[in-house]
Design a protein around this ligand. Structure first.
Ligand code: GLN
Length: 213
């Protein structure tokens, strides 16, 4: 059973724990470096990215988290979590602390203040069962994605038509919206599947070492 850690410094932690558990994973909160060491994948929740970044630096979990993600630990970020995973930010204070790892430029609060929150159907590449009902709350979007980044979903219609709101790069997944708030578990299922494959791959590699291959 994969162990999913949810970074639990601020934000909608409980909803992500519930989603992971509904999918049969073990879900634990992560606040300290020791807690990170025991997880097979990590979720960065929605919330306030500047606050989460500051608290992560203060608790000492930021550097281990950066190192783990750079080393291949699967991670999923929703909304503020997407901001934290981004390598480059727009509309952010210059001293904003991030985790990084995802080769994207993310614009914070991209949809503008007049449309703080809205809901929309978003079709996600490779996700069976039709579009997801996406909840956006003071959401970011991906303004530019590097060559290794797969665009999973875009806004359709309205002023933000075509804007990228879901991406994947290897073991990293990020969405501008909050699937944890809707009861639709398909995005989390995609992530848990990535975590399972990563675990299998690691087990295969260590079995290979034991056999001397
Ligand atoms: N606007 C928030 C930020 O910049 C993100 C909002 C959210 O996670 N719903 O951190």
């Amino acid at each position: 059973v994969p162990v999913i850690g949810v970074l639990a410094l601020q934000g909608d932690v409980r909803e992500h724990l519930a989603a992971a558990r509904a999918l049969g994973a073990t879900a634990l909160t992560v606040r300290r470096p020791q807690e990170l060491a025991g997880v097979d994948g990590v979720v960065l929740p929605g919330g306030e990215s500047t606050t989460i970044g500051k608290l992560a630096a203060r608790s000492g979990v930021l550097e281990p988290l950066r190192a783990a993600i750079a080393g291949g630990l699967p991670a999923y970020g929703s909304c503020a979590g997407m901001i934290l995973l981004a390598d480059r930010l727009l509309g952010a204070p210059p001293d904003q602390v991030t985790v990084g790892g995802l080769d994207v430029t993310v614009r914070r609060n991209a949809f503008g203040r007049q449309v703080d929150s809205f809901e929309s159907e978003v079709a996600l590449e490779g996700l069976p069962g039709g579009p997801v009902h996406a909840v956006f709350i003071r959401a970011p979007w991906v303004e530019q994605a590097g060559p290794g980044v797969q665009v999973l979903g875009r806004v359709v219609g309205g002023e933000a038509d075509g804007r990228i709101v879901a991406v994947r790069q290897g073991n990293l997944v990020a969405t501008s919206f909050h699937p944890e708030l809707t009861g639709d578990r398909r995005v989390h299922a995609l992530f848990v599947d990535i975590v399972r494959r990563h675990l299998d791959q690691k087990a295969g590699v260590s079995a290979g070492y034991e056999r001397g291959t």
